[in-house]
Design a protein around this ligand. Structure first.
Ligand SMILES: CCC(=O)OC[C@H](C)CC[C@H]1O[C@H]2C[C@H]3[C@@H]4CC=C5C[C@@H](O)CC[C@]5(C)[C@H]4CC[C@]3(C)[C@H]2[C@@H]1C
Length: 423
């Protein structure tokens, strides 16, 4: 069967599809040899921008916290091309990632000489903390500058007539511990366009926010081709003094607009910057991503993603469907056996470097609440702390049918005490 015919039959098979993406058996040519647990690296392919707020000096008539919020917004915009376009660049289009098994890990580092900015070593720690539903937790840590980004991500998907709609769950927390300043970052919904046209690609939609502990609040609105801007991967970001000011666009202190996969410009105030006369904010075409260094497969632990999936990834690369199926089945059967043993022993897989924190246990008079940066930043941004889709505000009716408040948190001492896995 030609791949176009296979693709058409595949599209028919998912027409009435809703829910867990991993249950899809996609044809081999749409499969990526990379596991979803590796996608955490896309948060830090511009390490210099991630760490920049540590080096900002106060400029005249502007609070330094505002200058830092502009820098954090620039770093966040710089992550989007890697997050959502890297498969187009390397594989010719969006692909279906390998579905990580419970406990699958991915570690790597951006060492000094790769970015030669005397920033010190930055490490990536990523762990599949849940298989049903798939949830990846991650941390990016730079000890020299006492800076850490941690977060987790889960997705829920549904098919419309022409696109796959994806809601993201989770959030990211960026902590500058030398500055005693931190940020909450929410994740935008997205949809996969071009599925019927047999060349799928991601387009972001609606909005995501960045909330600073200093009060500053950035809202980023996404549009794509066919919207008023007409260009794919478009966005408009507005930086406000705080959440309440964001109710009126004219309160914006800065406005940034353009394409997150190409160029964007920035101007003071609430007017939309023009690409001609205003200052370039970020140019994704001329800022190549900094790729992290990963140990060779021989030096990897069996739980490390590229070692665990090696045979499946090689089968995908040669497009041998039967071999993909047989190698994948070996790995999945091994996982099923592990779960059966755990069930028999009434034990469960222990997460290595992350803990699931139940925030519903904290009540308002519990003193451990005020030091939790997620609680404080969510309050400033008026965001729900329930397990609703990322960025849902605390007054939304979407909260009514969700009660749980379970969020994954990095446990640095677990990683510091790690003996088996080397970066
Ligand atoms: C639905 C039919 C089907 O399987 O078609 C295959 C198509 C390639 C579309 C489905 C897959 O598209 C992939 C895109 C993936 C997202 C890309 C980037 C990110 C950001 C990262 O920080 C977190 C994960 C996330 C949201 C990926 C989640 C999984 C996505 C949607 C893949 C789809 C299975």
């Amino acid at each position: 069967m030609t791949s176009a015919a296979t693709w058409t039959s595949f599209i028919k098979s998912i027409a009435s599809y809703n829910g867990d993406l991993s249950s899809l058996t996609a044809p081999p040519f749409i499969l990526s040899p990379t596991s979803l647990v590796e996608y955490s690296q896309y948060w830090s392919e511009h390490v210099d921008l991630l760490l920049e707020p540590n080096f900002i000096k106060k400029i005249d008539n502007e609070p330094i916290e505002l200058t830092r919020m502009i820098a954090v917004t620039k770093w966040f915009i710089s992550t989007l091309k890697s997050q959502y376009c890297s498969r187009n660049e390397t594989l010719g289009g969006e692909k279906k990632p390998l579905n990580p098994f419970l406990g699958e890990i991915f570690v790597g580092k951006w060492d000094d000489n790769s970015i030669n900015k005397n920033l010190g070593e930055t490490i990536l720690i990523s762990e599949q903390v849940s298989h049903h539903p798939p949830i990846t937790a991650y941390a990016v840590e730079n000890k020299l500058n006492n800076t850490i980004l941690e977060g987790y991500n889960g997705v829920r998907a549904s098919m419309s007539s022409t696109a796959l709609n994806v809601k993201q769950f989770g959030h990211a927390l960026l902590e500058f511990r030398n500055l005693n300043e931190n940020y909450l970052i929410t994740l935008p919904p997205l949809h996969i366009e071009g599925i019927l046209a047999f060349s799928p690609f991601v387009e972001l939609e609606q909005k995501s926010i960045i909330q600073s502990s200093a009060g500053y609040y950035t809202i980023i609105e996404y549009t794509g081709r066919g919207y008023f801007s007409g260009k794919k991967n478009s966005f408009k970001a507005r930086i406000f003094k705080n959440f309440n000011d964001s109710k009126k666009k004219e309160n914006a202190l800065y406005t940034i607009s353009g394409q997150w996969s190409e160029k964007s410009t920035i101007s003071k105030g609430s007017s939309t910057p023009s690409s001609s006369k205003d200052e370039i904010f970020f140019d994704a075409l001329n800022n190549k991503p900094q790729h992290l260094t990963v140990k060779s497969i021989d030096d990897q632990h069996p739980l490390e993603s590229r070692k665990a999936w090696l045979n499946v990834a090689n089968a995908i690369r040669i497009g041998d469907y039967d071999l993909i199926h047989s190698e994948k089945s070996k790995l999945e059967n091994n996982q099923r056996d592990l779960r059966k043993i755990e069930e028999k022993n009434n034990s469960k897989w222990s997460r290595r470097w992350f803990d699931e924190i139940d925030y519903s246990k904290f009540n308002n008079n519990d003193n451990s609440l005020e030091n939790d940066i997620f609680i404080n930043l969510s309050k400033l941004a008026h965001l729900s702390i329930k397990n609703v889709a990322s960025g849902v505000d605390d007054s939304s009716s979407k909260n009514d049918d969700v009660d749980t408040m379970l969020h994954w948190r990095f446990v640095p001492e677990n990683f510091d005490n790690e003996t088996e896995i080397k970066i």
